[in-house]
Design a protein around this ligand. Structure first.
Ligand SMILES: NC(=O)C1=CN([C@@H]2O[C@H](COP(=O)(O)OP(=O)(O)OC[C@H]3O[C@@H](n4cnc5c(N)ncnc54)[C@H](OP(=O)(O)O)[C@@H]3O)[C@@H](O)[C@H]2O)C=CC1
Ligand SMILES: CC(=O)N[C@@H](CCC(=O)OP(=O)(O)O)C(=O)O
Length: 344
């Protein structure tokens, strides 16, 4: 499989390169840059010396569309919206890591992203790549919208309860924490060391762009779904997302019954591990494509507390993108992704 990465100098791109190195069917990984064409990738990432010798190439949609089997777009929102139309004319499968192709309603995208939406003919074709729940469509797709990092953790954590009609959809509250790599490679006033170290920040309350993505998928699964409260926080770690979801149950239940529901839902899906007991920590999935989930039921309040953790750069970005590309190319979902978490 010949692979091209647009945005290879970014965090999503460099994680794609790390993971694709383990992939037995990848014969070539070419890297593309909008600002550093002709430079070796090692000028940005010296840790790749002797490991990866690729030279950054200028963006050329004709070449991307026709010379590769898979093109990963790992660039800021707006780039896929611009490139996807031309790319779709070629033979390559396309996986976009940005939010450009996830939201089906253009006016919703424009309201939350504050920029023009991709052409509807493109978003209509794009399959939402939460492959544990959408694998069949992904395997037939020409273009996949890789889910956002928060939505990946949140939707995998909520799905069995939501699809089971086991919770009151109006009661769902999502509280999530992320590390700073979620904001990409460029430092900012909120993410630089002295701002983040020994601190914790709540941000984009009731206005985070992942809110409509979460709501869109929940509505597909359950007709009672509506608006959700989703509150993100930035915590002083590089990688990792912990999403904690609270929901009122529609009937009396027990933690054990719920765990059985979750285990059944994710049977045969190697990257979602429903814990037997004990809530997971982000470090327990660090550097891996796993999403670990555990929950508890409080009989006093009749509420579920569900916790889901991922590595935002792996299951939340590059790992999930490769999982989708695998399905699109008829490979095992886990090809190239069977990495242990780095622990401690
Ligand atoms: N970081 C994360 O945890 C996650 C990120 N994402 C999404 O993945 C995408 C990449 O994120 P991330 O790697 O963190 O971001 P970074 O900011 O680290 O990297 C983005 C890369 O995009 C390239 N780029 C910028 N402008 C353009 C352009 N006009 N055309 C082509 N390429 C461009 C840049 O490379 P160059 O200048 O060399 O072209 C840059 O290195 C984003 O859409 C992000 O929202 C999704 C899930 C999780
Ligand atoms: C810390 C931080 O800023 N995180 C980012 C993560 C979003 C992201 O990566 O965007 P997509 O997954 O939609 O492409 C944020 O909250 O906006």
């Amino acid at each position: 499989m010949r692979v091209a990465i647009v945005g290879a100098t970014g965090y999503g791109g460099i994680e794609l390169i790390r993971l694709l190195r383990q992939h037995r069917h990848v014969t070539e990984v070419s890297v593309f840059s909008s600002t550093q064409a002709e430079a070796p990738l090692t000028s940005t990432y010296p840790h790749l010396q002797e490991v990866y010798k690729g030279i950054l190439q200028p963006l050329d949609t004709k070449r991307l569309a026709n010379e590769y089997d898979v093109v990963f777009l790992s660039a800021p929102p707006g780039v896929a919206a611009n490139l996807a139309g031309d790319l779709l004319e070629g033979s390559a499968a396309i996986v976009d890591l940005s939010g450009d192709l996830r939201i089906k309603d253009a006016s919703v995208y424009e309201a939350w992203y504050g920029q023009e939406a991709a052409d509807a003919t493109i978003t209509r074709q794009a399959v939402y790549g939460l492959s544990e729940w959408n694998g069949e469509k992904v395997s037939k797709a020409k273009i996949v919208a890789n889910p956002g990092c928060y939505p990946t953790a949140i939707l995998l954590g909520l799905a069995p309860a939501v699809k089971n009609n086991g919770i009151d959809m109006k009661s769902v509250i999502i509280d999530a924490k992320t590390g700073t790599t979620g904001a990409g490679k460029n430092p900012s006033a909120t993410t630089h060391f002295s701002e983040m170290n020994e601190s914790m920040k709540i941000y984009k309350v009731n206005e985070h762009k992942h809110t409509p993505e979460i709501e869109q998928q929940l509505s597909d699964w359950n007709e009672e779904a509506g608006a959700v409260t989703f509150t993100p926080h930035l915590v002083p770690m590089s990688r990792g997302i912990m999403a904690t979801m609270y929901a009122t149950c529609t009937s009396d239940s027990s933690a054990q019954e719920w765990i059985e529901v979750y285990k059944a839902a994710y049977e045969g899906h190697p990257f979602v591990r429903v814990r037997e007991n004990g809530f997971p920590a982000t470090k327990e999935v660090y550097g891996s494509n796993y999403c670990d989930i555990f929950l508890d039921y409080d009989a006093r309040t009749n509420r579920l507390t569900i916790v889901s953790v991922i590595d935002n750069l792996v299951k939340g970005a590059a790992g999930q993108a490769i999982q989708n590309a695998n399905l699109m190319n008829g490979f095992e979902a886990a090809e190239g992704l069977e990495l242990f978490p780095i622990y401690p």
